[in-house]
Design a protein around this ligand. Sequence first.
Ligand code: HEC
Length: 120
Amino acid sequence: MQAIRQIFGWAIVWVCMAASLILTGCYQTPSLTPQEAAGKHLYQVRCAHCHEENDLALKKVPPDLHAVFIHKTLPSGAAATDAAVRQNVLAGRGLMPGFAGRFTDAQMGDLLAYLHTGLR
Ligand code: HEC
């Protein structure tokens, strides 16, 4: 009798652990699409050192881009649209260099897709 009770007790423990693992798995933020993941790589290599670390110690601190598409306007006041961000990246602005010729159209699409995730 004692043995059966013990087995039953462990069975409940295991079922609860499995259920909690499954539940936490379900609540994780959805993973990035391949396009967003490609954009994340470009962001990390080309943008993050300035926009997150300001490693060049620029006097004008590069703005945080996490919510760039959540706000209606960019830090400069321009409407926060794909076209405006694309233009800013290609042409540069103030202390930010232009990236014209350094991104293909597809790479620019990847980068914008990633910026739209809020930089997950
Ligand atoms: C050398 C450092 C540097 C790098 C590299 C850089 N930025 Fe910037 N960025 C800046 C600075 C400085 C500003 C603020 C410019 C200003 O308002 O004078 C800025 C501004 C911006 C803005 C706001 C534009 C606006 O209208 O307010 C966006 C969007 C942006 N950067 C995106 C990017 C993206 C995407 C990349 C990577 C492809 C990138 N930046 C790479 C320094 C950098």
